[in-house]
Design a protein around this ligand. Structure first.
Ligand SMILES: [Zn+2]
Length: 167
């Protein structure tokens, strides 16, 4: 399976709410997971970074995200992920997205979240995440509700072109 084209800001699919996956064993579910895995790996190879991708970014309106976060021992698809708990403590950070790779957006996220989901084997799992993993999961799960980081901007100056912010 080859990498898919990543939809960019403005593509209508990115604003849509995704539907739950009912059957993990379906060939189309497996195909979406492979598509996400290969697209994320390809992005990382070309850009040197990239830790997560959501199904709508490759045009599939299903509740599946794919996370590559070896530091926490997580590399795989999270199906029907749901935030079941979030801390009151917030963090502010410059967020980025494969769908607008040159734009950074300053957002506020919960420092810690607990996510419940189903893994690729069909097992239920619970992930307790904090800091960068928590922020990543909130970003990817937002995608499944058609919410992009630009909508989470703290104020109307919370935008920066990557080159300006990192020079
Ligand atoms: Zn994104």
């Amino acid at each position: 399976m080859a990498a898919k084209r990543i939809l960019l800001l403005g593509a209508p699919e990115l604003w849509r709410k995704c539907t739950a996956v009912k059957d993990i064993a379906l060939p189309e579910t497996k195909m979406t997971i492979r598509g996400l895995r290969d697209t994320l790996a390809d992005f990382r190879k070309k850009n040197g970074f990239g830790r997560g991708i959501a199904a709508p970014q490759i045009g599939v309106l299903k509740r599946i995200i794919y996370v590559h976060f070896p530091k926490a021992g997580i590399s795989g698809a999270l199906i029907n992920p749901r935030i079941v708990k979030r801390s009151r403590t917030r963090i502010r950070l410059w967020d980025d997205c494969f769908s607008f790779p040159e734009l950074l957006v300053k957002v506020q996220r919960a420092r810690e979240v607990t996510v419940s989901c189903t893994n690729e084997k069909g097992e239920n799992c619970v992930i307790a995440a904090k800091d960068d993993l928590a922020e990543l999961l909130q970003h990817e799960i937002d995608h499944l509700d058609g919410i992009l980081a630009v909508q989470r901007a703290i104020d109307n100056r919370s935008f920066a072109w990557r080159k300006e912010e990192t020079r």
